[in-house]
Design a protein around this ligand. Structure first.
Ligand code: SF4
Ligand code: F3S
Length: 112
């Protein structure tokens, strides 16, 4: 199994998760992060760190789409291990629904 980052992260990108990962397996897109499924050791430490509960074990039902997104984009986005300031408007996006359809960006973020 692995943990995956899901919809809630989009446009929030709080980055608390990257500071605790023992194997540095977070990768940064323009407006969300993903986890590399082959690098994640399933420790679960990051899950409670996310303020918007965007990190889930892939054993939860219905996460196939997110497993593929994490797997695909962790291969091309840059690694991130150091937390920066979240987007200035992050709070406004905390409760938005269907963020993938409206706001997902395949562009890479800046990384460390
Ligand atoms: Fe990193 Fe552990 Fe979270 Fe996997 S479960 S991304 S290894 S902190
Ligand atoms: Fe995203 Fe939560 Fe990490 S919002 S960047 S998964 S702390």
């Amino acid at each position: 199994m692995t943990y995956v980052v899901v919809d809630s992260c989009i446009k929030c990108k709080y980055m608390d998760c990257v500071e605790v990962c023992p194997v540095d397996c977070f990768y940064e897109g323009e407006n969300m992060l993903v986890i590399h499924p082959d690098e994640c050791i399933d420790c679960g430490v990051c899950e409670p760190e996310c303020p918007v509960e965007a990190i889930k074990p892939d054993t939860e039902p219905g996460l196939d789409k997110w497993l593929k997104i994490n797997s695909d984009f962790s291969k091309s986005w840059p690694n991130i291990t150091i937390k920066r300031d979240p987007p200035a408007d992050a709070k406004e996006f905390e409760d938005k629904q269907n963020k993938f359809e409206q706001y997902f960006s395949p562009k890479p973020g800046q990384g460390d």
